[in-house]
Design a protein around this ligand. Structure first.
Ligand code: HSE
Length: 296
C-alpha cells in the first residue's frame, strides 16, 4: 500500500495590519503520514475528538481526491504536530495543506500547488496561512473572483521571531466573531498604509520602521480584550525595541527583532506581569513550504 509523509511549517498570519492577507512560514512543523488501505478511516496521533471524518487533514484529502475525480479508498492518517492547536500559528491550515498534498502525491501529482491552494482556500475562507504554508517565506495574498493569488516578498535574513504562546486557546471562529462587519474609511487607510510599510520594513531589516508600521485597526483592538494582560505584555515588548503583533487570530503574541537575546530579556519580567503561563518559542523564518519528507 502506498504511503507518504508531508511536513508543513507553522505560519503566522496578518503580521499586524495585513489582516487576511499577509503571512509568514516559521520553523515549527506538523508532519502528517497518509497510508492507503483497502477500506475505512483510521486517524492517530491526535486527541480523540479529532479522529473522526471531520478531521481537517481528512476533509482536505477527500476534497483533493474529488477535484481529481479519484476514487476514495481506505486511509490511515497519523499526525505528529509540533504546531500548538488553536493558538494562532496555523495548525488548521497545516492539516488542510497536508491533506490536499498527501492526496495529490498518492495519486500521481495531478494538481499544481496553485490547484491545491484553490481547494484549501475554499475550505479555510482566507489564504493568509495557506500561502506561506505551501510556498514558505513571507507572502501576501488576495482573493480575486473567488481564487487566491499569492506572491512571495523578500525578507531580510537577520530577523528573529519569538512566539509567546499562552496556556489557553482561542478558536479562530470566536476571534472572528469579535470583529465588526464595517469600518471607518480612516481605519481602512491606516491599515493599507501600515501594511505597505510592514512589507518594506521586513525586506529592509529596519526594526524601527517595523515597530512603527506593525500596528492595526482592523482586528487587534477587538481581539486583545479576549487575551488577559495583552496591554501589559505589549508595553513590555515595546521597551525592548522589538516589533509586536498578534499572531493570526491569537492568542499567541509575536515579537520580531534583529537583536539576539530577547527571550532572556523577557523571561522573568513576563512571568512577573502575567497570570497565565506563557511559553516562549524562539523561531526563524522557514523559507521552504510544505514538502514530502518520506514516500514508499
Ligand atoms: N487572518 C485570519 C484571522 C487568521 O485573523 O482571523 C486566522 O486564521
Amino acid at each position: 500500500m502506498k504511503r507518504v509523509t508531508i511536513r508543513v511549517p507553522a505560519t503566522t498570519a496578518n503580521l499586524g495590519p495585513g489582516f487576511d492577507a499577509f503571512g509568514c512560514a516559521l520553523s515549527l512543523y506538523t508532519d502528517v503520514t497518509f497510508e492507503e488501505t483497502d477500506a475505512g478511516l483510521e486517524i492517530t496521533g491526535c486527541d480523540e475528538e479529532y479522529t473522526g471524518p471531520d478531521n481537517l487533514a481528512y476533509v482536505s484529502y477527500c476534497a483533493a481526491l474529488a477535484t481529481m475525480s479519484e476514487e476514495l479508498r481506505g486511509i490511515k492518517i497519523h499526525i505528529e504536530a509540533q504546531i500548538p492547536v488553536c493558538r494562532g500559528l496555523g495548525s488548521s491550515a497545516a492539516l488542510l495543506v497536508a491533506g490536499a498534498m498527501g492526496a495529490n502525491v498518492l495519486r500521481g501529482n495531478k494538481l499544481s500547488t496553485q490547484g491545491l491552494l484553490n481547494i484549501t482556500n475554499a475550505m479555510e475562507g482566507h489564504p493568509d496561512n495557506l500561502a506561506p504554508a505551501f510556498y514558505g517565506g513571507l507572502t501576501a495574498s488576495m482573493v480575486d473572483n473567488g481564487l487566491p493569488v499569492c506572491v512571495n516578498f523578500p525578507l531580510h535574513p537577520d530577523w528573529e521571531f519569538l512566539a509567546l504562546v499562552p496556556d489557553f486557546d482561542l478558536p479562530t471562529t470566536v476571534a472572528r466573531q469579535a470583529l465588526p462587519t464595517e469600518y471607518d474609511r480612516a481605519d481602512a487607510v491606516y491599515n493599507i498604509a501600515h501594511g505597505a510599510l510592514v512589507l518594506k520594513a521586513l525586506e529592509l531589516g529596519d526594526e524601527k520602521l517595523l515597530r512603527n508600521a506593525m500596528q492595526d485597526r482592523i482586528h487587534q483592538p477587538y481581539r486583545k480584550k479576549m487575551i488577559p494582560d495583552y496591554d501589559k505584555i505589549e508595553s513590555l515588548i515595546r521597551t525592548t525595541g522589538a516589533a509586536f503583533c498578534l499572531s493570526g487570530a491569537g492568542p499567541t503574541l509575536l515579537c520580531i527583532t534583529r537583536n539576539p537575546g530577547l527571550e532572556e530579556k523577557l523571561a522573568r519580567k513576563l512571568h512577573d506581569i502575567t497570570e497565565a503561563n506563557w511559553q516562549m518559542i524562539p523561531l526563524h523564518v522557514e523559507f521552504e513550504g510544505a514538502r514530502v519528507i518520506s514516500q514508499e
